[in-house]
Design a protein around this ligand. Structure first.
Ligand code: ZN
Length: 303
């Protein structure tokens, strides 16, 4: 198999062929020495609602979002060739917002964080499903999925008992601020590990009073943004757990100090939260865990 072909397949995240190399010996020399330069502590926040079924309550449906964002600017405003600029900004500075030193991250991911709170409240106060539900507000997502990776490695419930993970990151806007996106939410990864989970998600949407437009464009392995790998659900998918990632996509305030709460579309966000709740509820009441058929990304409702 020529290397170029293998690499092309890997780039497209297609399954790679396996073959045996006879009489080959490989030596890895790993230098695991490092020096701690700086230590900062941060916490994931976890809540659990116990399920109603005596056996199934030992299995879990997980919901997640990230509560960190990129930070704040501590530097002074300096004159530069392109005009006054604040120094040491952690993200983009949008015109007219030079005095705003806090990157609020209202959409990224305040939207997901409060939605997980709403879903947790619904499970805590509403009808109990058979399975338990676990809610994780991840930290350090913006630094590279640190909180979710830590949680997947050191979970508060047995990771093998998590039957699905539903992640919300940026669910409060319209992609590129386009009005025609008002009914659209992007689902990523839903069919990659479990076709059954994908179908549960579609059926939950179809059963809503006003179904959303589910768009799978960003689930395409050729998606140039590589969205599947860029939020916390991936830490769970990497452990083989079926996931669905919900997002309304990028917009001009992405990682800018203008990602403000007054730009959030709460009506749309509430409907997405309802969809996540209904999908999670269906999985939490299922008598079996969603089958892991690992067929990889496909478009539309799988048969
Ligand atoms: Zn985010």
């Amino acid at each position: 198999m020529p290397y170029a072909e293998l690499k092309a397949k890997a780039d497209k995240q297609e399954p790679l062929p396996t073959f045996v190399l006879k009489g080959v010996r490989i030596t890895f020399n790993l230098d695991a020495e490092y020096e701690v330069v700086r230590t900062q502590y941060s916490h994931n926040v976890v809540g659990i609602v116990e399920g109603a079924d005596p056996l199934l309550k030992n299995t879990y449906v997980a919901f997640g979002a990230h509560y960190d964002h990129v930070g704040f600017a501590s530097g002074p405003v300096m004159d530069t060739p392109s005009g006054p600029r604040r120094q040491g900004t952690p993200g983009r500075v949008t015109d007219g917002a030079i005095d705003d030193i806090v990157w609020n991250g209202a959409d990224d991911d305040g939207s997901g964080s409060v939605s997980v709170m709403a879903v947790a409240k619904a499970f805590a106060q509403g009808p109990r499903p058979r399975r338990s539900t676990v809610f994780v507000w991840h930290t350090g997502e913006e630094r590279g999925l640190w909180g979710s990776r830590y949680y997947a490695d050191y979970p508060s419930v047995p990771i093998d008992a998590v039957v699905a993970q539903l992640n919300m990151d940026m669910i409060g806007r319209n992609r590129d601020d386009k009005p025609e996106e008002a009914n659209t939410v992007y689902l990523v990864g839903s069919d990659r590990i479990s076709t059954e989970l994908h179908n549960i998600g579609e059926d939950a949407n179809a059963g809503m009073p006003k179904p959303l437009t589910l768009d799978y464009e960003m689930n395409d392995p050729a998606d140039p943004e590589g969205i599947y790998f860029r939020s916390d659900h991936y830490s769970y998918a990497a452990k083989g757990i079926p996931v669905i990632f919900y997002t309304t996509g990028l917009h001009p305030d992405y990682h800018a100090n203008t990602d403000e709460v007054d730009r959030i579309n709460f009506e749309k966000m509430t409907r997405i939260t309802q969809l996540v709740y209904e999908t999670g509820l269906a999985v939490a009441n299922l008598d079996h865990a969603p089958a892991r058929d690992n067929k990889g990304p496909r478009a539309g409702k799988a048969k």
